[in-house]
Design a binder for this molecule. Structure first.
Ligand SMILES: [Zn+2]
Ligand SMILES: [Zn+2]
Length: 149
């Protein structure tokens, strides 16, 4: 498993370091986490890795295209390993949970602009906003309880 991550670093000409492997492993197991969560996950296994090292690694991995940075409006930046397939995200307005939504068309750009203003459009990024199943259930039971009072 680890050698697989090492290969990915070498494929983009990044030196294999322990913090880089740790960040990749954390994101493999936990997609769509913010920087603080990545730091906590990495430091749980590697207490000597500093906050600054994790910041630097996230920046390097994002620049190299191994990690995708997403930032829904009003939310903190999240990171994920699933790159290059032009998938989209659905975000819960209530708790901020993010889930993947496959691109409906399968390749970028999956939407055609009504007027591209002469730009050569090569990508469209869609964020779907709504209520996740957990929050919907909670909301329903609240209504249910208050109705019984
Ligand atoms: Zn939610
Ligand atoms: Zn995703």
């Amino acid at each position: 498993m680890t050698s697989d991550l090492e290969d990915q670093l070498r494929a983009v000409s990044l030196r294999v370091t322990r913090p880089r492997l740790a960040v990749l492993a954390a994101l493999r197991d936990h997609p769509h986490v913010d920087t603080d969560t990545v730091i906590a996950l990495v430091r749980a296994d590697h207490p000597t890795v500093s906050h600054q090292a994790v910041y630097d690694v996230l920046r390097a991995l994002t620049a190299a295209g191994l990690v995708r940075r997403i930032q829904p409006a009003g939310a903190t930046a999240r990171y994920e390993r699933r790159v290059g397939d032009n998938h989209h995200h659905v975000v819960c307005r209530s708790c901020g949970t993010i889930a993947d939504v496959d691109c409906a068309v399968g390749e970028a750009p999956c939407l055609t602009a009504s007027d591209d203003r002469g730009f050569a459009v090569d990508e469209a990024e869609v964020v779907f906003w709504g209520t996740c199943p957990d929050c919907a259930t909670e909301h329903r039971s609240e209504i249910h309880q208050s109705g019984r009072k």
